[in-house]
Design a protein around this ligand. Structure first.
Ligand code: FES
Length: 227
């Protein structure tokens, strides 16, 4: 029974208890208790709500400080060459695939642009680390979009084109095998030139490859390994 409902007439058509009767006092007491419970419930709900809001905004703030201070792990931080990972058997033009690379926690996205170019990026927004999504229906190349604060990144370069993200998306380097499969092989830090990133990771692990890329000191290292 809601607080606003009135007591039903007594059985047999007798009028219900009148104002000031003992039954009326009981009904008033019950209604009072009910009101108290509803107030207590809504207080609890309000408290819970405030606690949830505080937790979420506290998490965002800590995440923001962590990202800004470089405390949290970022894509491309690893010095060593990661283990190559197959991300798709095939990736047709205009399509994307989400995957994790180089670690199991590192969200990434590979996109085949409409002209056939293959691009890969970290899918962690450089603003406050929300997940970045591929939107293929925006412009000629589509775009990478962060729904948290309307951040937008150029699909071809990873550069910021709108919103608050302070830096471009870190790149994930992809290769395509003859069977059409797509592999993630290395990463770059946000804004790091591709050659620098590749030399940093291939330098020691794959000196021949580093020499082919023209990495400083790679040819000498390869030569000394042969002798
Ligand atoms: S977290 Fe991506 S725009 Fe704010």
């Amino acid at each position: 029974m809601s607080v606003t409902e009135q007591p039903a007439p007594a059985p047999g058509g007798e009028p219900g208890p009148g104002p000031g009767s003992a039954s009326d006092t009981g009904v008033d007491a019950a209604a009072e208790q009910l009101r108290d419970r509803i107030s207590a419930d809504s207080l609890t709900t309000r408290r819970d709500y405030l606690r949830i809001v505080a937790t979420v905004s506290g998490g965002l703030a800590i995440g923001g400080v962590g990202v800004a201070a470089g405390i949290l792990h970022r894509h491309g931080d690893a010095e060593k060459l990661p283990t190559a990972k197959k991300v798709a058997d095939l990736l047709p033009p205009g399509e994307s695939v989400a995957f994790r690379f180089p670690g199991d926690e590192d969200r990434a996205v590979a996109v085949r642009l409409k002209d056939g170019s293959l691009v890969g990026y970290s899918a962690v927004c450089t603003h406050l680390a929300c997940a970045v999504l591929w939107r293929g229906d925006r412009g000629a190349d589509g775009e990478l979009y962060c729904p948290c604060h309307e951040g937008v990144f150029d699909a071809r370069t990873g550069e910021v084109t709108a919103g608050p993200p302070p830096r471009p998306l870190p790149k994930v380097f992809l290769t395509e095998e003859v069977d059409g499969s797509v592999w993630a092989v290395a990463t770059a830090r946000s804004g790091e030139p591709a050659k620098e990133a590749l030399c940093r990771q291939f330098g020691d692990a794959r000196p021949e490859m580093a020499a082919r890329l023209g990495c400083p000191g790679a040819a000498r290292a390869t030569e000394s390994r042969r002798t």
